[in-house]
Design a protein around this ligand. Structure first.
Ligand SMILES: N[C@@H](CCC(=O)N[C@@H](CS)C(=O)NCC(=O)O)C(=O)O
Length: 201
C-alpha cells in the first residue's frame, strides 16, 4: 500500500497515528506530495487532488481519511480502532466527525487569513468558523471524562485536531477554560504514535 502524504496535513496525521497504533506502519510506503499543486499522479488517483489518498496493491485508490481509516482498521488483527457495532461505534464515528469538522473550520480560517488577499478578508466568515470550533471544544470539555483511557479512531481524531489548533492557532489558546480537555490532550500527546507524527515546526 502507498499513502500519499503531507507532513502538515492533520487528516494525513490521523491516518498515520492509526497506522502506528495498529502496527501497520511498516506495511505502507509513504510518499509526500502537495495536493494544492494538482500533480498529475495525484489527480489521476483522486480527482479531488487531496491527501491523504491510499493506493492499494491492486491499483485501486481510497479517500478520504475516514474511508482510509476504516479500510486500514480491517487490515490488522489487533484491537479495533473502530468498534464494530453499538453505542461505542456511533460514539467513535461522531467524535471523528466533530474532530474533522474542527479541522475543516480551522483550515478555512487559515486560508482566509494567509491565502486570501488581506483586502478581501471576510470577518463574518472567520467569526462563524471560530464559533463552530469554540462550541465543539466546549462540548469536548464537557465530555472529556469519556475520552480517558481510550485509544480508538475517535480519540485519535480529537487529539490530532487539538494539535492542529496548536500548529495553526485558528482560535488562539484553546486550553483556556478547558482544563479537562487540556489535561487529556497532554497525556494523549505523549503516546509514541503522536510523537512519531509530530509535524515539523
Ligand atoms: N475530508 C478530507 C480532507 C482532506 C484535505 O483537506 N486535505 C488537504 C490537505 S490538509 C488537501 O489535500 N488539500 C488540497 C486541495 O484542497 O487542493 C479528508 O478527511 O481526507
Amino acid at each position: 500500500m502507498l499513502l500519499r502524504h503531507s507532513h502538515t496535513s492533520p487528516y494525513v496525521r490521523k491516518v498515520t497515528v492509526l497506522l502506528h497504533e495498529t502496527g501497520l506502519f511498516d506495511q505502507v510506503t509513504i510518499e509526500t506530495i502537495d495536493g494544492w499543486s494538482e500533480p498529475e499522479i495525484l489527480t489521476g488517483e483522486n480527482p479531488l487532488s487531496m491527501v491523504p489518498t491510499l493506493v492499494l496493491d491492486d491499483g485501486q485508490t481510497l479517500f478520504d481519511s475516514p474511508v482510509i481509516c476504516e479500510y486500514l482498521d480491517r487490515c490488522h488483527i489487533g484491537r479495533r480502532m473502530i468498534p464494530a457495532t453499538g453505542e461505542r461505534h456511533w460514539r467513535v464515528m461522531r467524535e471523528q466527525a466533530l474532530a474533522d469538522g474542527v479541522l475543516d473550520s480551522a483550515i478555512l480560517i487559515f486560508m482566509e487569513l494567509y491565502k486570501r488577499p488581506e483586502a478581501l478578508r471576510w470577518d463574518w466568515w472567520l467569526d462563524l468558523k471560530r464559533r463552530a470550533i469554540r462550541r465543539s471544544l466546549d462540548s469536548l470539555e464537557r465530555d472529556a471524562d469519556a475520552l480517558r483511557e481510550r485509544v480508538d479512531l475517535g480519540t485519535i481524531a480529537i487529539a490530532v485536531a487539538l494539535s492542529y489548533l496548536d500548529l495553526r492557532g485558528a482560535v488562539g489558546e484553546w486550553r483556556d477554560g478547558r482544563p479537562a480537555l487540556a489535561g487529556w490532550h497532554e497525556g494523549f500527546n505523549r503516546r509514541p504514535s503522536m510523537i512519531a507524527t509530530t509535524p515539523p515546526a
